[in-house]
Design a protein. Structure first.
Length: 717
């Protein structure tokens, strides 16, 4: 049998607006006779051998909902996921409980070296949020000593136990052995070898200075440890951020201790040595002069190191306050609001669940409940409603043991655990929506949230946080989007501050190199008799090699200006880099992955990782999507020649009805712009619509764009 073929015909073009299938239709018989008023018969173009689809056209904003509605509304879809949500909530609480148990075990380990009262006080305290620790404005240096988690030898175990004890016990354990070792020759020189000298200095007084050298180190450490408290007290006179300055002083404890230590060494060296020569002569010996110059050089190094650390901390604090302080405070308020809502939700669900429990009698108030009673109770819960299953499952262990079990998970930890993932954030949002939404309602009002907060001002602020479109209610989709955004913002801030610490650390290393160079120059000028000649020759050598370091120095300076002064983006931001990048060489869109001192890593929309030097980025225009407000987008539309202005206004009015019904996602404004006329054949027009948010979330932008274009197609039918 020969293969069957189907003849393809060019489809006729229909005039705008949408046609009624029951009304006579108009077509364009030829390009030369293209007008709007050409008419034809309704049955003239119908092919009886082909599939026919009957379409209809509805006026009014309701047509958008009927055309694009799914068999199950989004609200009904979310309600059907209640069991999975409750199981995910129980999983998060279980994870938090395991973390709390691990922390309690660690506290029990510490109780072996600390008092029982202090251990109990630490266990009963509210758990510390790692976000609060990671968002401190000061620059925290990495600890020099990192003890192993599982020491293998007794010596290591003993050293770790001393390291984890209080600072008084720790300092005594450090000071005593060395002091006793120095005390041995001191006593020998005082009682047995009275005539023994070290560089014409009596042995006893030389050992006394060694004791001074060793003890002033720990004296400076104790003084530095006491400084943060008066610094915080003085800071209260000038600012409300006394904690910032107190934390800064804590980070400067080691530089302060080194400064006081070498100050004490310099002050005590010459008087101790010169005044206790064996022959009574107080003239300074040659080795004493040389040693004093070395001590002066080290003291200058300690002073410059202290100044450098202060500058680094001031840079970190000022940069933190200028860039991240507002974002951190907003995120903390959002998280605390979610915690209060979750606490109210848990208490409310617990109250509702108590309605389904049979009252206990004296016979079964304690001990194991019979399996029959447990089955009857579970069956009763199922009969009352399938949406209670997740809540009943949380008390299975308590029912089996015959006693009520209260979850030990701290609400803040549970909320933080849920916000750590997108699915967890959505679960939390759906849980809160089911709790606060009225029976049968799909939105939450400000009155519904009020019982969870202490006062109306806090409730209004929390409601405004969720009500992004400011229409007076909160839908489940809107609540999900806000919770996901809070979780992502939390992770973005944490990642940005980690990169900031890395950048500040690189800058700290650079400044330390400069301090070392200055220290060497000071040492040479003090030791060498011809310091001027040495410095001149060294300067000539550096000047001769300036061509080698000029490009690097310029790149470092530009990178410092770009990162700390301009700082056009943070980690997680979506940016558009205008330059020679992209397929067309006109720029491309990226997500910021990592910020270093000399370079920045970007991730393209397709997944590629790109690295760019900050010195080059310093010369380019950069568009930051996250820092932008509500954006507009133009959709080009090509229509037939002869379309009237009334038809264009009809299209605009139809789209205005659509954005008015979807005011959660779009601004109520539509612009139309006629662009070009193509040889009396067609016209090009831009339909400009406005989002209520920026384009940071590409998936959300695509969903809203597709939704608008579908509405545009429906309006043009």
């Amino acid at each position: 049998m020969p293969p069957q073929t189907t003849e393809f015909k060019d489809l006729d073009q229909y005039a705008f607006p949408a046609f009624d299938p029951d009304a006579p239709r108009r077509r364009r018989p030829s390009d030369a006779e293209s007008t709007v008023d050409d008419e034809y018969s309704a049955d003239e173009y119908i092919d009886k051998n082909k599939l026919r689809v009957h379409t209809s056209y509805e006026r009014g904003p309701e047509r958008f909902n009927t055309r694009m509605a799914s068999p199950m509304s989004p609200f009904e879809q979310k309600q059907s996921q209640q069991l999975d949500d409750e199981l995910e909530m129980l999983r998060a609480e279980s994870t938090v409980n395991q973390a709390n148990e691990e922390r309690e075990r660690q506290s029990e380990t510490l109780s072996r070296t600390r008092s029982l009262a202090r251990t109990r006080s630490r266990v009963n305290t509210e758990p510390v949020d790692e976000f609060d620790i990671g968002t401190t404005p000061v620059y925290e240096q990495t600890k020099v000593y990192q003890p192993p988690a599982k020491p293998a030898t007794r010596l290591a175990k003993m050293f770790i136990s001393v390291h984890q004890s209080s600072f008084i016990v720790r300092y005594l354990c450090y000071i005593t052995p060395v002091s006793l070792i120095i005390l041995i020759p001191l006593l020998l020189g005082a009682f047995l070898f009275t005539d023994t000298t070290v560089g014409d200095v009596k042995l006893m007084w030389f050992c006394i200075w060694l004791e001074i050298f060793w003890l002033t180190l720990w004296l400076g450490r104790i003084i530095a440890k006491c400084i943060p408290y008066p610094v915080g007290l003085i800071a209260t006179i000038f600012t409300n951020s006394e904690k910032v300055w107190r934390d800064m002083a804590k980070q400067l404890e080691v530089p302060i201790a080194l400064f006081f230590w070498w100050l004490a060494v310099e002050v005590s060296f010459l008087p101790t040595m010169v005044n206790h020569h064996s022959d009574g002569d107080k003239a300074t010996r040659g080795w004493e002069k040389t040693m004093n110059k070395v001590i002066i050089s080290i003291f200058v190094c300690a002073t410059l190191n202290f100044i450098e650390k202060v500058i680094i901390q001031l840079i970190a604090i000022s940069f933190h306050l200028r860039t991240y302080a507002d974002r951190i405070e907003i995120n903390k308020f959002q998280t605390s609001s979610l915690v209060k809502l979750y606490v109210y939700s848990r208490e409310k669900i617990a109250m509702k669940d108590s309605d389904f429990e049979a009252p206990e009698t004296e016979e079964n108030s304690a001990g194991f409940k019979t399996p029959l009673k447990y089955i009857n109770k579970a069956g009763k819960g199922v009969k009352q409603g399938f949406n209670r299953v997740g809540n009943v499952a949380g008390r299975v262990a308590g029912d089996f043991a015959g006693r009520e079990v209260e979850s030990s998970a701290h609400p803040q930890q549970v909320v933080i655990q849920l916000l750590s993932s997108t699915s967890g954030s959505q679960v939390l949002a759906r849980r809160l929506h089911r709790t606060f939404a009225a029976e049968g309602a799909e939105t939450v009002s400000d009155e519904d949230l009020a019982p969870a907060f202490d006062n109306n001002e806090e409730a209004d602020a929390a409601f405004g946080m969720f009500d992004k479109d400011m229409n007076g209610d909160i839908s489940m989709e809107e609540l999900e989007a806000v919770c996901v955004e809070i979780g992502r913002e939390r992770k973005a801030i944490t990642a940005s501050l980690k990169d900031l610490d890395s950048v500040v650390g690189k800058l700290d290393d650079l400044f330390l190199f400069i301090v070392a160079v200055i220290t060497i120059l000071v040492f040479i000028s003090l030791i060498s008799t011809s310091a001027a000649g040495v410095l001149t020759s060294a300067g000539s050598a550096v000047l001769a090699l300036s061509w080698l370091f000029s490009a690097t120095a310029q790149e470092v300076l530009q990178s410092i200006i770009f990162v700390f002064i301009k700082h056009p983006f943070d980690v997680g931001d979506r940016v558009t880099i205008y330059g020679n990048t992209g397929a067309a060489g006109l720029g491309d869109d990226y997500f910021v992955k990592e910020i270093a001192l000399l370079f920045t890593e970007f991730k393209k929309m397709e997944g590629h990782v790109v690295q760019a030097p900050n010195s080059y980025l310093n010369t380019l225009f950069i568009l930051n999507q996250r820092r932008s407000g509500g954006l507009a987008e133009a959709v080009p539309v090509t229509m037939k020649f002869g379309t009237t202005i009334e038809q264009l206004e009809g299209l605009r009015n139809a789209l205005m009805e659509f954005v008015a019904t979807e005011n959660r996602e779009y601004q109520t404004n539509i612009l139309t712009e006629l662009r070009t006329v193509y040889e009396a054949y067609s016209i090009s027009m831009n339909v400009v619509f406005f989002y209520k948010s920026n384009w940071q979330n590409e998936l959300l932008r695509l969903q809203r764009r597709n939704k608008f274009i579908c509405a545009l197609m429906v309006a043009m039918q």
